[in-house]
Design a protein around this ligand. Structure first.
Ligand SMILES: Nc1ncnc2c1ncn2[C@@H]1O[C@H](COP(=O)(O)OP(=O)(O)O)[C@@H](O)[C@H]1O
Ligand SMILES: N[C@@H](CCC(=O)OP(=O)(O)O)C(=O)O
Length: 372
C-alpha cells in the first residue's frame, strides 16, 4: 500500500495505559481487554511476535478491595496493585486462551535491567516465551517497587523492553489520538510525524495526564526518545480506536509516528545508555563535546572541567556539555577523586607526573554511548 509509513512489523511491543483499560466506574473494562486480545491473537497468528506491557493493576484492584477511588498513599497503592495484577493477568490469559494462545506474566523492577547479567537473563526469558509462541504480559512489580526505585511509569518500562528486545515497533496506546500540538482539550491538532524530538517543547509535554494514568505525554515522549535512539519505530495512538493494533502494526497512518533516529546500536551500548543508572556527572568543554559527538573519540582528562558525584572506577557516569545537556554515558576508568585530580591536564602531563598509572582515557570510546 502506497500510504504505508513503514513495512509491517514482525516484532512489536504494545503498551496500554490505565486510561484505556479502565471502564467508567474506574474498574477494569473486560470487554475492551477481550477486544485487545482478539487483535493481539490475530497478529500472533500472522507470525508477528508480540509483547504486551499493560498498566491497570492498581485500577483492577480497586473494586475487589471495596475502594471507590485510587488511593494516594504508597502502601494502599501497592495493596491494590497486588490484588489487581492477578485480576489483570487472569483476564488477559482467559481472553487469549479463547484464541488458542498462552500468556506469560513478567514483572520487572529497574534493578532487573541495571545489572548486566539480570538484563541478559530477562532478555532470554522473553526470547524463550516468544519462541514457544506465548505472549509475555509485562508490568512493573508494583508490590515491591519503592518510590525511589521505580520505573515510574510503564511508558518508560515499555521503551526499555522494546530497546532490549530490538523490536521493530513500539505502540503506546492511550486515550488520545496521538501527540497533540498543545492541549487536546483546547482543540490542538494531532501531529502526524515527529522526526526530531528536540523540536518539541513544554506545549507538547503537557501536564501529568489523565486521572488514572501516571505519566502523561511527557513520559510518552521520553519513551519515544529511548525507542527511536534504539532503532525502533514508535507510534502513539488511541487505544479504543477500532483495530488500532492491527492497523499500526501494518504501518497504516494512525496516530503520531516517531521514525527510528538511527540504526540499532549494539546491545551493550543500549543497555549502558538506558538501563544503567549513572553514579555521577563529568562536565566537559566544547572541544570534548565535538571530539565525542563528531569524531567518536575517547574522553581525555584535558576536556573535563568539573566532576559531580562520588563514583568508583567502573561506574556509569553521564558526560555533560558546557550548556548542561548530557552528550554521552559511559563507564569511567577512574574514581571521582582521581578524575578531579586529573581534570584539565593533558595525557603527556599526567604521564610525566605519574608514569603510566593515569595514561588511559577517563572514558574509553568502547565503553561509551553518545546520546546527543
Ligand atoms: N500535547 C499533548 N498531546 C496529547 N495528550 C496530552 C498532551 N499533553 C498532555 N496530554 C495528556 O496526556 C494524557 C495521556 O497520558 P496518561 O494519562 O498518562 O495516559 P496512559 O494511562 O495512557 O499512559 C491525555 O489524556 C492528555 O490529557
Ligand atoms: N504499574 C501501574 C501502572 C503505572 C502506569 O504507568 O500507568 P499508565 O500511565 O496508565 O501507563 C499499574 O499497573 O497500575
Amino acid at each position: 500500500m502506497a500510504d504505508r509509513r513503514y513495512d509491517p512489523a514482525r516484532r512489536v511491543v504494545v503498551k496500554v495505559g490505565s486510561s484505556t483499560l479502565t471502564a467508567e466506574d474506574g474498574g477494569l473494562d473486560r470487554q475492551w481487554v477481550d477486544d485487545l486480545c482478539t487483535q493481539l491473537a490475530a497478529l500472533r497468528a500472522d507470525g508477528v511476535e508480540v509483547v504486551l506491557v499493560s498498566s491497570g493493576a492498581v485500577a483492577a484492584g480497586l473494586r475487589p478491595l471495596g475502594l471507590t477511588q485510587r488511593p494516594t498513599d504508597l502502601g494502599r497503592l501497592q495493596a491494590a496493585a497486588s490484588v489487581g495484577q492477578g485480576e489483570l493477568v487472569h483476564a488477559y490469559a482467559a481472553a487469549l486462551r479463547r484464541h488458542g494462545f498462552v500468556a506469560g506474566q513478567v514483572l520487572l523492577v529497574p534493578d532487573d535491567l541495571v545489572t548486566r547479567d539480570r538484563y541478559l537473563n530477562a532478555r532470554t526469558t522473553f526470547s524463550e516465551l516468544l519462541a514457544m509462541g506465548a505472549l509475555p504480559i509485562v508490568n512493573e512489580n508494583d508490590t515491591v517497587a519503592t518510590e525511589e526505585l521505580r520505573f515510574g511509569d510503564n511508558d518508560r518500562l515499555a521503551a526499555l523492553v522494546a530497546s532490549m528486545l530490538g523490536v521493530d515497533l513500539l505502540m503506546l496506546l492511550s486515550d488520545v489520538e496521538g501527540l497533540h500540538d498543545g492541549q487536546p482539550s483546547a482543540g490542538a491538532p494531532v501531529i502526524n510525524e515527529v522526526h526530531d524530538l528536540s523540536t518539541l517543547d513544554d506545549r507538547h509535554r503537557g501536564g501529568t495526564g489523565s486521572a488514572v494514568g501516571s505519566g502523561g505525554m511527557a513520559s510518552k515522549l521520553d519513551a519515544a526518545r529511548v525507542a527511536t535512539f534504539s532503532g525502533v519505530s514508535c507510534v502513539i495512538a488511541r487505544g479504543r480506536r477500532p483495530d488500532v493494533v492491527l492497523d499500526v502494526a501494518r504501518g497504516e497512518q494512525v496516530g503520531t509516528w516517531f521514525p527510528p533516529a538511527r540504526k540499532r546500536p549494539d546491545s551493550r551500548r543500549l543497555w549502558l545508555a538506558f538501563a544503567h543508572q549513572p553514579a555521577g556527572r563529568l562536565h566537559v568543554d566544547a572541544g570534548a563535546v565535538r571530539a565525542l559527538a563528531q569524531r567518536g573519540s575517547s574522553l581525555l582528562a584535558i576536556g573535563v572541567t568539573a566532576v559531580d558525584g562520588t563514583f568508583e572506577r567502573g561506574d556509569a557516569i553521564d558526560v555533560v556539555g558546557p550548556d548542561g545537556h548530557p552528550v554521552a554515558r559511559g563507564i569511567v576508568a577512574y574514581d571521582a577523586a582521581e578524575v578531579t585530580a586529573m581534570r584539565g591536564r593533558s595525557t603527556e602531563q599526567l604521564t610525566d607526573e605519574q608514569g603510566d598509572a593515569f595514561a588511559a582515557p577517563i572514558v574509553h570510546r568502547d565503553a561509551m554511548v553518545v546520546t546527543a
